[in-house]
Design a protein around this ligand. Sequence first.
Ligand SMILES: C[S@@+](CC[C@H](N)C(=O)[O-])C[C@H]1O[C@@H](n2cnc3c(N)ncnc32)[C@H](O)[C@@H]1O
Length: 320
Amino acid sequence: MSHETKRYFIGRLLIFALLLCAVCGNVYAEDSMRPVSYTAYTSLYWLREAGVPEAAEFSNAIGDNKVSLAKNAIPNYDELAPVNKLYIEMRYAALNEYITGNNYQNNFDIACGFAPRSIAMARQGRNFVGTDFKQSITEVSSIVSECVPVKQQKRISYIVADATDGAGMMRAADKLDGRICITMDGLMMYLSRQEQAAVLQSIREILKKHGGAYVTSDFSAREFVKASAMVVYDDTDAQRIYRNSAEMYEKTASADFDKAFFSNAEEAVQFIEAQGLKVKRIPLFQSPVSIYSAKAFDLEQYQKLNGLKNELFLWEITID
Ligand SMILES: C[S@@+](CC[C@H](N)C(=O)[O-])C[C@H]1O[C@@H](n2cnc3c(N)ncnc32)[C@H](O)[C@@H]1O
């Protein structure tokens, strides 16, 4: 074989190897779970530990061991548990109560992870569309059939959509007919400002087309977790436990909350309004609700919890 021919074949071989790497790299990126998606197991774990029945059903269907893995990754578990159970249950229950209280037939849950809102909504006769990355959607869609009868399954759709992709989000929302309550629990703190703006733009387009509202406590997450810590502990311990809790999530998701959070509520309001949306901050709950994680509370904690229920941590965002 001549020198030229050898060089030709080696060149071809190199190109083939590079192409193979690129393809394999893409397949890996598509199919592997992103660090932020592991936080969805943690959220389901807290919800189950709080005592939310449908969270136990989801957790059993996913595999108790898989969900409980979260526990091993939580330092100072005994200290952090009561605060995280309370916060995760409160934010989940507040959005559910908003949907029911405002009689929405349609719920579009962005970055749904493994939250069992789908079964809660289907059992109330409401339609649910949940979106997330491929890995979470594949896993969560495969377990729904174990938790709800066929008739209710028809009310539930899980669709792969990156929250920053306007076209993908609209395609998912178009599955629903009529005005939509868009919900979000635990996404904004994992996104850059640019991504947050893209998500708000997608939401604006969906609300323009379908009508309804976008509700979330994500813009108050820092204050909400601190306030939850203050229900359980005194002020000094609450600050430390808030910090430890935030660090746990930052580590799991490789996130930087100081960058993601707005320095105060006014700054967040301005940012949301700059995307062409209107904001109203409302109490977490409009009507009395019982909270499972409060079962172990003493009288003082219980009274502080009643105060927390009235905090303006829910952001009702609309276009008019
Ligand atoms: C803290 S978990 C919350 C899950 C669920 N909402 C809950 O409360 O249990 C964050 C979720 O955001 C999802 N996520 C992060 N970035 C996303 C994006 N750009 N588009 C769609 N989902 C995203 C993750 O996959 C994960 O499921």
